[in-house]
Design a protein around this ligand. Sequence first.
Ligand SMILES: [Zn+2]
Length: 382
Amino acid sequence: MKYDLLVQHGEVLDPAAGLRGALDVGIAGGRIIEIGAGLSANEARQTISARGLIVTPGLIDIHAHIFVNAHDMGGHTDHYCRSSGVTTMCDAGSSGSATFAGLRHVLDTAVHTRVRAFVNLSALGIVGTSRRGELSHFPYADPEGCARTISENPDLCIGVKLRYGPNLVWEYTTEPVKLARQTAAMANVPMMVHITDSPIPLPEILAEMAPGDIITHCYHGRANGIMGQEKQFLLKEVVEAQRHGIVFDCAHGRNHFSFPMIEKALDQGFLPDTISTDLTLTSATKGPVWDLTTTMSKLLHFGMSLDDLVERATSAPAKIMGYAGTVGTLRPGANADLALIERRAGNFALTDSDGNTTTAKERLITRMTVKDGRVWYERPAD
Ligand SMILES: [Zn+2]
């Protein structure tokens, strides 16, 4: 038998690899070994029909949280990932130098999702208080420890995380951003900067960033976003930054995803470079995020193409996470991670982080997730 598993009759969509159309995916030894039309079922131990479904690389969520206060999403990570086609995710700075061993333990003992992580500039990582955040006192910043954690954990760590917002940083100047950039340079990785409700204008933050660095929560509707205080037109600095290789990640979350901002930004031609959830246990169980395919459905509703959505939830984050060619692609040789997605018509109520609602005429639903060549999730018929 040539194939352990053959996924047949689906509509393949992997824009970055130039793969699309009625193609079968042949899998052996946990890897994709062949992709083409009419692959022989006689050569397969197991076949799966993907008729009527879109077959994409396993989805990648570059901004979510496994380890916040040691529980969020913790042992529930696999449940929320696999039921939404996500085979790979990135913990966006939940832990810092003093708490990273805890995250590592959760990953080693309770999580099968493929994971990478940003390490918080704060030694504490993200702390669960609404009054004062992880860098509200300067001594909590640990640039050396952060860089050391990253270099000691090269299989996991891909960058430095800074949350820049009111009560999150010790002073409302560019100093915290500068320190995060220095730390990233020390560890030779990019940094990710959270910008929701920033006390300083976004161009001041962008001026401290290097190509490959990531702005996250790019569609938040609070102060100092990508359209400044007027919230009407994209700042020219934002357009310039994206052109120069600053990555804009959407990271939905409970506070960072505004339909009016998305509508205006997409109208003005500004697309996110990566699509992510900022998922935590709360936003997965109480909404409005729910999961990655829901976030993708919202952007689909406001006019993004399926090609653009898939690319930004597979190959684009794969490249940033150091997985180019092995994860986030259906090319032969890659890990056999697949999402089988239904594009369902109907009336679907969608809600953003500010309570705005809209009715979409279609939505994306994960029917099956394959990870490392094995069926990892199958949605019951409904
Ligand atoms: Zn986050």
